[in-house]
Write a protein that binds this ligand. Structure first.
Ligand code: KG4
Ligand code: ZN
Length: 374
């Protein structure tokens, strides 16, 4: 059978598969690239989280994650592809990295099997580019999509300020030198006695606390570079709390002060990046972008310091790991005419976002999704 062909002028349906860490997810998007603003519809989308499985270990155990993806990816594909599974998509996008090698391979193997059976073109997607593409899922953002743009990418494994010059052409302007913002949330939450993943739980408790009750460190906030550091915050909280079991007002105040410190650093560095680079829009993506305080403080500060730069709203449901964003980033590559050789696609656990110009992803040789069990 000749390979299915997709051209820029034709609508297509793309299947997305995500298994890089502890969420298994499958989605199908219909994409019509004709016209100034592409039309995108999310036809199917399901996420199955392994949070309950990993909570008892205090973080993600790679081997357990990989094994749990196997039945889940089969269950999701069976339920989402419908009665004519092989006729329900024209192209396949699968996360190839960064993430846990064995977990990534589960999704890749599923995608390879489907590519073999259908001859549909397949692309391996950089999970981080997937997070960037999550903003593209909203029609109002697609209408306002004008490069260059700035993205604050904040997840469990990554904290990066990204200059987006074009689809696939990214420059990292700054990143964390140690823990990612999501890791800072999760690790400090753990010190407060909250169950993994503590980020959202800490944020909920913070709503009842006083943000200035504790003077938390904000390392590198006034440093001229766009790099960040969050590990000092964790050490500070460890010293403050020790082995004590905190509760009530103390717990709320600690949570609020921690959250404010993380948010302050992220907002200050993003503002500095906007001072230094002319862009048309800013987006906040990745799991931590679900944080309400971050969204509110960023919007407020933008109004004062950069009122003319548009803040693209990103849908909270697509902030954390999901396959709709992977299908969207895959669609970008398919529209450009790019394909990967499915037989030779392999996991790239240490993949980072691309360098200046070509957007070529480089392997930094680190396997993690930033949420490992201690
Ligand atoms: O993007 P994501 O789902 O996975 C990675 O690619 O890492 O991000 C997960 C991270 C976790 O660290 C989680 O605690 C954090 O996002 N997170 C939050 C919130 N929701 C998720 N952190 C703070 N506040 C939230 N509301
Ligand atoms: Zn992610």
């Amino acid at each position: 059978m000749p390979a299915k062909r997709l051209t820029r002028s034709k609508p297509f349906r793309i299947l997305g598969i995500e298994t890089s860490c502890d969420e298994t997810s499958v989605a199908i998007l219909s994409v019509d690239p004709r016209g100034a603003v592409p039309k995108v519809r999310i036809l199917r989308h399901a996420v199955s989280s392994q949070v309950a499985i990993h909570a008892k270990y205090g973080g993600v155990v790679p081997e357990v994650a990989a094994r749990s993806h196997v039945p889940e990816v089969i269950a999701l594909l069976t339920s989402q592809l419908g009665s004519k599974p092989l006729a329900s998509f024209d192209a396949i996008a699968v996360t190839k990295g960064p993430g846990l090698a064995t977990a990534l391979r589960v999704g890749i193997t599923a995608a390879q099997t489907l590519a073999y059976m259908t001859d549909a073109p397949m692309v391996g997607v950089n999970h981080l580019e997937g997070h960037l593409a999550s903003a593209w899922l909203l029609p109002e953002n697609r209408r306002r999509w004008r490069f260059p743009m700035l993205a604050l990418l904040v997840s469990g494994g990554h904290t990066e300020i990204v200059l987006m010059k074009d689809f696939g052409a990214y420059r990292i302007l700054g990143s964390t030198r140690d823990d990612a913002a999501g890791e800072a949330f999760d690790k400090t939450a753990k010190l407060l006695g909250l169950e993994y993943p503590g980020g959202p739980k800490l944020s909920k408790l913070a709503e009842k606390g006083n943000v200035s009750a504790y003077d938390m460190p904000r390392p590198m906030m006034h440093d001229p570079s766009l790099d960040m550091s969050f590990s000092g915050l964790k050490s500070h909280v460890r010293r403050l709390v020790g082995d004590k079991r905190v509760k009530g007002k103390t717990l709320y105040d600690l949570a609020a002060s921690i959250e404010q410190a993380i948010v302050d650093v992220l907002v200050a560095k993003t503002m500095r990046a906007l001072d230094l680079h002319r862009v048309n829009a800013l987006m906040i993506v990745g799991g931590v972008s679900a944080n309400r305080k971050l969204r509110e403080d960023m919007a407020e500060t933008m109004k004062v310091h950069h009122p003319n730069i548009r803040l693209l709203r990103t849908p909270v449901v697509y902030s954390t790991d999901n396959a709709a964003m992977i299908a969207a980033a895959g669609a970008w590559r398919i529209i450009k005419g790019e394909r990967d050789d499915w037989k030779n696609l392999d996991a790239e656990p240490g993949l980072d976002l691309g360098c200046e110009g070509g957007g070529v992803a480089k392997d930094i040789g680190r396997e993690s999704c930033g949420r490992g069990a201690p």
